[in-house]
Write a protein that binds this ligand. Sequence first.
Ligand SMILES: NC(=O)c1ccc[n+]([C@@H]2O[C@H](COP(=O)([O-])OP(=O)(O)OC[C@H]3O[C@@H](n4cnc5c(N)ncnc54)[C@H](O)[C@@H]3O)[C@@H](O)[C@H]2O)c1
Length: 362
Amino acid sequence: MVSKALLRLVSAVNRRRMKLLLGIALLAYVASVWGNFVNMSFLLNRSIQENGELKIESKIEEIVEPLREKIRDLEKSFTQKYPPVKFLSEKDRKRILITGGAGFVGSHLTDKLMMDGHEVTVVDNFFTGRKRNVEHWIGHENFELINHDVVEPLYIEVDQIYHLASPASPPNYMYNPIKTLKTNTIGTLNMLGLAKRVGARLLLASTSEVYGDPEVHPQSEEYWGHVNPIGPRACYDEGKRVAETMCYAYMKQEGVEVRVARIFNTFGPRMHMNDGRVVSNFILQALQGEPLTVYGSGSQTRAFQYVSDLVNGLVALMNSNVSSPVNLGNPEEHTILEFAQLIKNLVGPAGRRFEQSHPLFP
Ligand SMILES: NC(=O)c1ccc[n+]([C@@H]2O[C@H](COP(=O)([O-])OP(=O)(O)OC[C@H]3O[C@@H](n4cnc5c(N)ncnc54)[C@H](O)[C@@H]3O)[C@@H](O)[C@H]2O)c1
């Protein structure tokens, strides 16, 4: 009896235990199924999200890529290729102002000084000069172009000033004689004032015209000239003469270092083709196949220097210790007829066509 009761008791306990174990196993199963379900839905969500992001990214890429292409094209067209520039140490690199630097001579001087590695500021009012003469430097870290009239004062920091601003050919300087006078007088005073303030050396681009209608040939720097003070060219000739006077007044009174270059006829690329001077006239007429106009017998002599020789002379003078005026020109004279012949030969077929019909070259 007792043993039966005990057996019932044990099996009842086991049943309860079994039920408990079954309950635990069921719970564990449900939990694991739920866990898997949660995991799967998380992964599903993530892949949907990633898919969406990928799609958006590829859409953005589709829109952005052509824009990037356009920017690359624009950058290519803006990437200026500059002529080679030497590297100069801080000690040797000068800050140089060139007034009239967008003109014929000034632009070649700009090229030389830039290529030598200096910092160049060109100041020009574009009366006869053109931006395109210096456009190949625009954007270069050593170059600056300022649209400014030297008749107004200028305040910048520089070590050297090449003062070239002035119309140079008769049609240009006679176009507005008062302005020519102002440029050469007030303009020069302003540049000398700047040189004094900042302790810069100034080189004046003077002219052989300070000798006027000379009575001696060739003219040495000691010759004082023969100038009509009220003639049609006086605005230029006398303007340059007084500009020279101002330079030496500033040198004596204020201790400004000055250099004066008396420039003779110069030719080369970027010269003005319509300024009525003999070389440009001949070249233009020869290119157009027209007869070359020679005044008089053509046996009168002239000398022309090439612009790069002038520029080398200007730089050498600036860096020399010569403070008295210096003539810069080609000492070799040729007759006007010789020049006409030379240009005609160089121009070629157009020149040859006219050769047969021109009375000067039978
Ligand atoms: N080319 C020659 O054969 C020759 C001969 C003798 C002297 N020069 C002298 O050399 C210098 C340069 O002559 P170029 O042949 O190059 O002449 P250019 O006319 O080509 O250059 C003169 C430059 O000065 C600028 N300019 C004129 N007035 C100005 C002002 N008020 N403010 C600012 N800029 C001004 C012009 O726009 C121009 O860019 C001139 O001073 C000229 O008198 C030239």
